[in-house]
Design a protein around this ligand. Structure first.
Ligand SMILES: CC(C)(COP(=O)(O)OP(=O)(O)OC[C@H]1O[C@@H](n2cnc3c(N)ncnc32)[C@H](O)[C@@H]1OP(=O)(O)O)[C@@H](O)C(=O)NCCC(=O)NCCS
Length: 107
């Protein structure tokens, strides 16, 4: 497995606000905690940079990702109608607060 990418997460931040832009785990590595570890890591990294609130968008039908995010403290705060293409689908906007100790919690 050395040298192979099992997953990745991309986020950015400005001042006290962060956003997870993308998260992906290779099919062969799914359901082994990689996605959860990546999100926990990025939340800690954002928290260390002073971020206190983190947003992301996820397809409405993406039950697996939504369950992962909700288990880590994200809650739905908005919807963007017909946000995605191929296929067209609404985005659910999720948000979590990060306290200074680095723990996320629903707003
Ligand atoms: C979503 C994704 C990143 C999850 O990565 P992963 O490494 O498989 O996730 P984990 O193993 O850390 O899962 C943690 C928890 O999330 C939930 N979960 C993850 N995938 C799930 C699925 N397919 N169905 C149901 N629940 C799921 C479960 O509660 C899981 O805990 P459990 O395995 O103990 O039941 C991965 O499936 C993926 O890359 N999907 C395609 C890209 C994508 O949808 N990215 C998110 C865009 S916002």
């Amino acid at each position: 497995m050395d040298g192979l990418v099992a997953g990745y997460v991309i986020a950015h931040c400005a001042a006290d606000e962060g956003e997870i832009l993308n998260l992906g785990v290779a099919v062969a590595h799914r359901r082994h905690g990689v996605g959860r570890a990546l999100v926990e890591h990025v939340l800690a990294a954002l928290g260390a940079r002073g971020v206190r609130v983190v947003y992301l968008e996820v397809r409405e039908s993406n039950a697996g990702a939504r369950r992962l995010y909700e288990a880590l403290g994200f809650g739905e705060v908005a919807r963007r109608a017909r946000y995605y293409r191929r296929p067209v689908e609404d985005a659910v906007v999720l948000c979590a607060a990060i306290d200074p100790a680095g723990v996320s919690a629903k707003l």
